[in-house]
Design a binder for this molecule. Structure first.
Ligand SMILES: [Zn+2]
Length: 404
């Protein structure tokens, strides 16, 4: 068994279910009850990784993000002056799972268990690569390598959002971002966010915008509907418009790595009982955005479309934190260097949103890279190919070793 596989098996056996996916028992303070669940929270994994990193001689610190939830940050400082920084940033949390998924199981060249590919596989590959680098004969002389195990990617990304606001991150920024020297900054920092990309270097992903649309009508007795105004009926016209005209319009908007923007009407609620004309109806939509599309722009476009069809509706945000699209230039020296190092001629794009967009919006050029396939993420029998896992570690280690 390789070091990477051993670490991954240990990580799977330490549940770190995002508290948002733990159903709260009735009549308890929701947050307290969720955090005290035996599978909840990233703390076990963060503590364990801290000890792994400390044993390898890395400097370790914790960043408190929320009660009971901390990012773990480990650093390999170069002997010389720091001229550039690589940030390895996988997340520690997983979605929920049954008890048996916390028992790692090896079968036919695969390792099964919750988080195997999303994203404890990346955690294991990145930590093992860095620990091996720390003890290698030759290592970068002027490149600092930081690894940040982040909490809460699967829910509201409070881990990556806290990291970009933190002093650890500002120090990263300072190194490179002396006022106005954006160009210099872009050339000396790169975040590699761990997610299952089948070992492709991903430079772009879509954003996810959740909006609520609400129609208002006038209530009346179900026996005299002509005296009311039916908000549900109004909404059905809007739903139809979104799923036909608007969806067709989005299909014409195409990104070379990401395909088209999309819209999905995900929920609808309105009315209280059959014999009342409903005076309110609301839908929520998931609009997947392409690089360049903003929330303001999308809301303006929707409002104009509804106005043109004389379908008034109130549009509000249905998500606490924005999930922006990612687009990092493959021409940046560290990005093109990483692409070359893994033997990839063209950068890739993916559908799913991740921490890379948060770090990128915070000013760190970011790409996504990791072993495993997103097709196995969040499934009832999540697994990762052990070949992919080991190759992921090797590719990362080779790239890090190639840095000055
Ligand atoms: Zn993930």
């Amino acid at each position: 068994m390789t070091r990477t596989e051993k670490l991954l098996a240990e990580l799977i056996a330490l549940p770190s279910v995002n508290p948002a996916f733990i159903p709260p028992p009735p009549a308890a303070s929701a947050r307290q009850a969720r955090l005290s669940h035996p599978f909840a929270g990233e703390k076990r994994v963060a503590d364990f990784l801290a000890s792994v990193a400390a044993r390898a001689g890395l400097d370790v610190e914790f960043q408190k993000v929320a009660p009971g939830r901390t990012n773990v940050i480990a650093r390999l400082r170069p002997p010389g002056k720091i001229r550039q920084t690589i940030l390895l940033a996988p997340h520690l949390d997983t979605v929920g799972a049954g008890d048996s998924q916390f028992v790692p199981r090896r079968e036919n060249g695969r390792l099964y268990g919750r988080g195997a590919c999303d994203t404890k596989g990346s955690v294991a590959a990145m930590f093992t690569a860095l620990c091996e680098l720390a003890n290698a004969k030759s290592r970068p002389q002027e490149t600092e390598i930081v690894i940040a195990g982040l909490v809460d990617e699967e829910n509201a990304q409070i881990g990556s959002r806290a990291l970009v606001r933190s002093s650890a991150f500002r120090r990263l920024g300072q190194l490179t971002a002396s006022a106005g020297r954006l160009k210099a900054e872009l050339q000396t920092t790169l975040a590699i966010v761990g997610e299952p990309t089948r070992l492709q270097v991903v430079t772009a992903h879509k954003g996810s915008l959740w909006l609520q649309l609400e129609t208002r009508g006038r209530a009346a007795h179900g026996a005299t509907p002509q005296l009311g105004q039916n908000a549900v009926h109004e909404m059905t016209r809007i739903v139809d418009l979104l799923e036909t005209d608007y969806a067709a319009r989005l299909r014409r908007r195409c990104h070379p790595l990401l395909g088209t923007a999309t819209v999905n009407v995900g929920t609808i609620s309105g009315g209280t009982q059959p014999n009342i004309v409903p005076d309110r109806c609301a839908i929520t939509i998931d609009r997947r955005t392409l690089p360049g599309e903003t929330e303001t722009g999308v809301r303006r476009e929707l409002a104009a479309l509804l106005r043109s069809k004389k379908l008034p509706a109130k549009i509000t945000s249905a998500k606490l934190a924005p999930c922006l699209p990612l687009e990092t230039s493959p021409q940046l020296p560290l990005v093109s260097g990483f692409l070359r190092s893994v033997g990839q001629t063209r950068p890739a794009g993916v559908d799913f949103f991740c921490d890379a967009a948060v770090l990128s919006a915070g000013g760190i050029p970011s790409v996504v890279f990791g072993p495993g396939d997103i097709a196995q993420a969040h499934t009832a029998d999540e697994w990762i190919s052990l070949d992919s896992l080991e190759r992921g570690k090797d590719l990362l280690l080779n790239f890090l070793k190639s840095l000055p």
